[in-house]
Design a protein around this ligand. Structure first.
Ligand SMILES: [Mg+2]
Length: 274
């Protein structure tokens, strides 16, 4: 399908195209959470999946021809609970922790980075307490500074403060900095991202079927681009919203409501094909 710039496509048309790509193979359907299944919320704890979308997720999860996984920057337990534990695979911290099919992946760097995160967390709370609406989120192995709720004239200064206190850890390559929409996140500096998580999950699911299963991946932000760039010709990449680069994706949907429609339709068609 030709991606037409930043115009959004009909969820039904995109579903037909994705299902055609999958053919009669088993499909691995992987999706981001925030901005993809749930609208972006003022603070992370307020994000939720609409009832209609949750019902569709349950139908996808129950479908014998599809394996459902969620790949998020949240902690694994957090994102799993937010989809009512329906996904067979869940990846948290951008893939640094993965659970599914009774298998667990926990990146070896995590334990060594926890004390650093704790130290930066303390410094960040002390140095940013002047900024109303600035939220420091400690994920144990990652630290996020959210400024969505801060007054715009303070938000930039808050992010600059956060970045400057991270500087020594960036220089020594203990941590890396991820710049998001009105947020910055410090993560362990390792060569592991959502793309690697997708391949980890695909390898396990493919082993069950005896062939490389095609992936349908949906995501809205910079970290999802790590997954998009690792997909192959038999896979299908769905960008959500304006952010994902056009050349990386097969189609673009407007937001979580359109994603819900897409998921319902792609499940229906794959069911007919399988
Ligand atoms: Mg997202």
């Amino acid at each position: 399908m030709q991606d037409s710039g930043h115009t959004f496509q009909s969820p039904l048309a995109v579903a037909a195209e994705a299902a055609r790509r999958v053919g009669n193979h088993h499909a691995l359907l992987l999706t981001d959470f925030d901005g993809t299944l749930a609208d972006l919320a003022p603070t992370p704890d307020l994000a939720f999946v609409e009832t209609g979308v949750q019902a569709v997720l349950e139908a996808v999860a129950a479908h014998p021809a599809i394996t459902l996984g969620v790949v998020s920057g949240r902690r694994l337990e957090d994102v799993s609970a937010r989809v009512s534990h329906v996904a067979e695979f869940v990846a948290g911290l951008h893939g640094l922790e993965i659970d599914g099919h009774g298998l667990t992946f926990h990146h070896g760097v995590l334990e060594s980075v926890a004390p650093i995160i704790e130290r930066v967390d303390r410094e960040a709370r002390r140095l940013l307490d002047w900024c109303p609406g600035c939220l420091i989120e400690n994920k144990e192995f990652a630290l996020t500074c959210h400024v969505r709720q801060a007054p715009p004239y303070l938000a930039q200064l808050a992010l600059e403060t956060f970045e400057s206190l991270a500087e020594p850890y960036l220089e020594t390559r203990k941590l890396r900095l991820l710049i998001g929409a009105q947020a910055m996140e410090l993560l362990p500096s390792v060569d592991w991202d959502k793309g690697r998580a997708v391949e980890w999950i695909r390898t396990r699911v493919s082993a069950t079927f005896g062939y490389t299963v095609p992936v349908i991946y949906l995501g809205d932000d910079r970290t999802d681009e790590d997954a998009f760039t690792d997909l192959g010709a038999g896979d299908f990449a769905v960008g959500v919203g304006h952010r994902p680069h056009t050349h990386m994706i097969d189609a673009r949907l407007e937001g979580p409501a359109a994603v819900g429609e897409f998921l319902g339709e792609v499940t229906r068609i794959i069911g007919l094909q399988s």
